[in-house]
Design a protein around this ligand. Structure first.
Ligand SMILES: Cc1cc2nc3c(=O)[nH]c(=O)nc-3n(C[C@H](O)[C@H](O)[C@H](O)COP(=O)(O)OP(=O)(O)OC[C@H]3O[C@@H](n4cnc5c(N)ncnc54)[C@H](O)[C@@H]3O)c2cc1C
Length: 521
């Protein structure tokens, strides 16, 4: 959604046409949407013994779930809105994800500068961080605190004029698209039928459930399901409208959030920053991809067009550049549009409580449901990447209420796909052979594929010629793994979501990957 890069030649959520056969199957649950929420529901339901199909119209995580700020966080600013339960739940889930997806979720220190001109008083921020510490007690992350003058003096770019204090606290950063994939592949391992490039195009109620038409890359197929879970993110209203028996529509506001990506200036900084704009919005400056880049975001503007085509506008880019320059003075001078190497935008579907600023609308997930005979239809709204597991449990409770016969919750503390090894264990896997793969690439693999790196190693042992490079650092073994295990169909799937190589490769490298996909898939 809305991602723009020199390497992108096709629409991200587009579905390449190819014929497929008609098959009729029956499922307990059909989940619509392969973003984080659809993935989490499919995983939880499959693990409780339900027969599940998940249909994603584009590529997995091609919409909001790959365009987030990539934070696994409590959401410090939600404390201001007294969303204590949401913050507490998010912090519990943050601790959970550090255990269950250590290859994808990493602690990150945030610096929070306090200047005289800012609207939020210093006392409020101190109190907020103290409460944040209290709500996250026992999760092993360092407590918040205040930087010493000498530490402040060592920061290379932060402006010092009018700086009152500099606080610090911890949250976590994740690869959002890969987190979705880790949940989906775990769902598949538990028996769910997980399919990308399958759009739900029609839903007809039956006496006890629904019959659903899928567009499978040009071919139509029908499946029956007793329950439907609509996890279509910003597209929920359109999916609900496909059925004459769907939950009553809720007023929604589609809010776009954009980010820009800059190259990390020299000297490299490891910390993230939580900044305030001139009003009361929060902007993050986040080191990304082994500190090679900085993500600056986000905006909050009404999305009036197709959420599938959301993109960072020139005004949003300017707003983010201004915010960055207000706080930082890089040696090379202010950053400008010419320094933006990429931008991306995602759309939240938030429940509209009327009149409030977008930043004041709750991020609390919600659902609506309707029974249909012994089946039913559940529609999901809002939510956070961070709380997907807990939200899925709520959805499963709802399905039980609608008559699904299911087991109890089971996902807590269960590693996601690839999440079976700690970060320390992954680092020791990086230190191992095969010598035909550079250490840099092995490191990237470890924190992309987690414990599945051993599958790549095992394949190389059987077929050493798979170490052949298609582009710098991109070997045949990785591309084959992407196609065979991760349903990767296009170069764009691989470059933008299975990996982040679209930013790490030059045009020649991206073209080489595109040629490989054109001839091998
Ligand atoms: C700018 C921004 C920043 C954010 N930052 C954070 C953050 O840092 N941390 C955090 O925890 N949360 C964050 N969030 C929230 C989080 O990203 C979202 O709540 C989450 O990604 C939504 O996931 P989803 O599965 O509901 O929707 P989506 O990811 O949008 O998935 C819906 C899927 O449904 C598919 N679909 C639609 N119609 C059909 C159909 N007819 N048939 C089949 N499939 C269909 C779409 O293609 C899409 O892939 C952020 C959100 C935004 C917008």
């Amino acid at each position: 959604m809305g991602a723009r890069s020199a390497s992108s030649t096709s629409t991200i959520c587009s579905a390449p046409a190819s014929p497929s056969q008609l098959v009729t199957q029956s499922f307990d649950v059909l989940v619509i949407g392969g973003g984080i929420h659809g993935a989490a529901v499919a995983r939880d339901a499959a693990g409780r013994g339900l027969k599940v199909m998940l249909a994603e119209k584009g590529d997995y995580a091609c919409a909001t779930s790959s365009a987030s700020s990539k934070l696994i966080h409590g959401g410090l600013r939600y404390l201001e809105q007294l969303e204590l339960a949401l913050v507490r739940e998010s912090l519990v889930e943050r601790a959970e994800l550090l255990k269950t997806a250590p290859h994808l979720v990493e602690p990150l220190r945030f610096l929070l500068p306090i200047y005289g001109w800012q609207k939020r008083p210093a006392l409020l921020l101190h109190a907020g961080l103290a409460l944040y510490d209290l709500l996250s007690i026992g999760d092993g992350l360092p407590p918040s605190g205040r930087l010493k003058p000498q530490e402040i003096a060592e920061l290379p770019r932060l402006r010092r004029e009018n700086l009152g204090a500099l606080l610090h606290y911890h949250d976590c950063q994740a690869d959002d698209a890969r987190l979705v994939l880790a949940v989906l592949l775990d769902a598949r391992a538990r028996g769910a039928d997980i399919l990308n490039r399958r759009a739900v195009t029609a839903i007809e109620p039956l006496a006890n459930g629904y019959t659903i038409e899928l567009d499978e890359r040009g071919a139509k197929r029908r499946v029956d399901a007793r329950f439907i879970v609509n996890a279509a993110g910003p597209f929920v209203a359109g999916v609900d409208a496909l059925s004459s028996i769907a939950p009553p529509p809720r007023p929604l506001r589609l809010i776009r959030g954009s980010h820009i990506v800059l190259r990390m200036p020299e000297p490299v900084e490891a910390d993230a920053y939580t900044l305030q704009d001139q009003e009361d919005r929060v902007i993050f400056v986040l080191p990304w991809l082994d500190r090679r880049f900085l993500i600056v975001g986000t905006t909050e503007v009404p999305e009036r067009g197709d959420p599938g085509a959301a993109a960072c506008s020139a005004e949003e880019q300017l707003y983010l550049l201004d915010a960055y320059n207000r706080y930082f003075a890089p040696g090379s001078g202010p950053v400008t549009a010419a320094d933006v190497v990429w931008s991306f935008a995602g759309v939240r579907a938030l429940q509209d409580h009327g009149g409030r600023k977008p930043s004041r609308l709750t991020r609390r997930p919600a659902l609506a449901s309707i029974a249909n005979g012994s089946g039913g239809f559940v529609t999901l709204y809002g939510g956070k990447l961070t709380t997907h597991r807990a939200f899925a449990e709520t959805v499963l409770d709802e399905l039980r209420g609608l008559g699904a016969y299911i087991g109890g919750p089971w996902t807590k503390d269960v590693p996601l796909y690839g999440g079976g090894e700690s970060r320390a264990a992954l680092l020791s896997l990086v230190a191992q052979d095969p010598a035909t793969i550079s250490r840099e690439t092995r490191h990237r693999w470890a924190f992309t594929y987690g414990d599945q790196i051993e599958r790549l190693y095992a394949k190389l042992l059987l077929e050493p010629n798979l170490a052949q490079e298609i582009a710098p650092g991109v070997t045949r073994v990785e591309l084959i793994h992407a196609v065979e295990t991760e349903d990767t169909i296009t170069a764009e799937d691989f470059l933008l979501r299975r990996t982040r190589l679209h930013l790490l490769l030059d045009q020649g490298g991206r073209d080489a990957v595109a040629t490989w996909f054109a001839t091998n898939t």
